[in-house]
Write a protein that binds this ligand. Structure first.
Ligand SMILES: Cc1cc2nc3c(=O)[nH]c(=O)nc-3n(C[C@H](O)[C@H](O)[C@H](O)COP(=O)(O)OP(=O)(O)OC[C@H]3O[C@@H](n4cnc5c(N)ncnc54)[C@H](O)[C@@H]3O)c2cc1C
Length: 379
């Protein structure tokens, strides 16, 4: 297998570094985290770099790049500024790939160029108070009416709902249950009948979460994306993109945590020596770097499988589990190495550690991923 970085990849990564240095230097990342400021304003600049166009076909203004290149960008953004990596994933790994995979030709024509230009952020409105891991138990209804449907129900934990241009809402036909009868609709967040309340939470401050009420929200026929009743299968068909995206970005963030712990271990002196000379610290750091390298290997193997159009559901679940648990491992040990310096609010380590808590249950919990892996092993 070829792990070399092509000249084209290298140039793109240099552009990403320049973008970060200009728009998201460390103090700006901290300012946004402190102020709970999402990076929506950076979408046009990211689009100008061509980032959102990477995996799109040229007929829709895309660059036809391989998923391996996408994964390199995700990892690099995650290394410097998780908030930028996270919004990139939602625009590309979720929004673009959903429209590309099951949107109608008219929807692709209309929406993909908007995505490439950084003008379209889509938020997924799937989870409900009684439908978390068991998403197919959702009860929001899409009641057929003249010219379309009326949506009735409630969604929770919807990231970026207020700042999004469209919500991708999963709702079921009355009288159906389970995965069958669920349809997907693209709905403007300001449509009449929608109410939103922000949900206070721990960390990931640049990604606000919302509770959304749908009170007889009218959606016209052309808001349907994918065939009526096929919504759940359509959502499942793109999960490998979003899981691959999360795995790549948390791997970048995990490397940032290791780099920070390494530089602290070199600089901090106790008992007349740098703490990096103590075996307990040296072995901890060696284990941390090994965990990140393992995650990186599976992330790039998965990206290669996606680029080759290979079936990769198991590998996507594995990458999500390995990378998110690697991040938790290295931030847990990173806090121990930095000790009080990591505990200080001004430390980046406390942010990495705090934010890492979400990823083993967000984007499909790691228990559910293990269940999927076991199933694919024939159990
Ligand atoms: C910050 C944040 C952002 C989010 N963003 C979005 C979003 O944008 N859009 C959206 O639709 N949703 C979003 N979610 C929801 C997220 O996808 C759910 O939290 C996730 O699916 C888990 O559901 P739950 O929290 O209800 O946990 P539950 O399903 O109640 O699970 C609780 C525990 O039980 C375990 N468990 C459940 N079933 C099984 C099983 N069969 N076997 C073993 N263990 C099991 C779980 O792994 C977990 O540990 C977000 C959540 C958070 C916290």
């Amino acid at each position: 297998m070829d792990f070399s970085i092509s000249e084209q990849d290298r140039l793109l990564l240099e552009s990403v570094d320049r973008f970060i240095a200009h728009h998201l230097p460390p103090e700006e990342v901290r300012r946004r985290d402190d102020g709970h400021i999402p990076p929506y304003d950076l979408l046009p600049a990211m689009a100008e770099l061509g980032l959102f166009a990477l995996p799109l076909p040229s007929e829709y203004g895309g660059l036809d790049a391989s998923w391996s290149m996408v994964a390199l960008v995700q990892e690099r953004l995650g290394l410097h500024a998780y908030c930028a990596a996270s919004i990139f994933n939602r625009v590309v790994g979720f929004g673009a790939m959903s429209i590309l995979t099951y949107g109608s030709p008219a929807q692709r024509e209309e929406l993909l160029p908007e995505i490439a230009a950084g003008r379209l952020l889509i938020a997924l409105a799937l989870t409900e108070p009684s439908a978390g891991s068991d998403a197919s138990a959702l009860s929001t209804r899409a009641i057929p009416v003249d010219g379309g449907w009326r949506l009735r129900g409630r969604k929770v934990w919807i990231s970026d709902a207020e700042g999004a241009d469209l919500l991708l809402v999963a709702a079921r036909q009355p009288g159906t249950e389970g995965a069958k009868g669920i349809s997907l609709f693209l709905v403007p967040p300001k449509a009449a009948g929608i109410s939103m309340t922000g949900l206070p939470k721990v960390g990931n401050n640049c990604m606000p979460s919302f509770d959304i009420g749908f009170d007889d929200v009218f959606v016209p026929k052309d808001a349907l994306i994918g065939e009526e009743g096929d919504g759940f299968a359509n959502l499942m068909s793109t999960l490998h993109y979003s899981r691959a995206s999360m795995a790549a970005t948390v791997t970048g963030c995990a490397q940032a945590a290791v780099d920070l712990a390494l530089s602290y271990a070199r600089e901090r002196t106790q008992f007349g020596r740098s703490i990096g000379k103590f075996q307990a610290i040296r072995f901890r750091l060696a284990d941390m770097q090994m965990r990140v390298d393992q995650a990186r290997l599976i992330v790039h193997h998965l990206a290669w499988m996606i680029s080759q159009n290979q079936e990769c559901g198991r590998q996507a679940s594995q990458a999500k589990v390995i990378a998110t648990e690697a991040l938790q491992y290295v931030t847990h040990h990173g806090m121990q190495i930095l000790a009080s310096a990591g505990y200080a609010m001004e430390s980046d380590m406390q942010r990495y550690w705090r934010d890492s808590r979400l990823y083993t249950f967000g984007e499909g919990s790691n228990e559910i991923q293990r269940e999927l892996i076991a199933r694919q092993l024939g159990l």
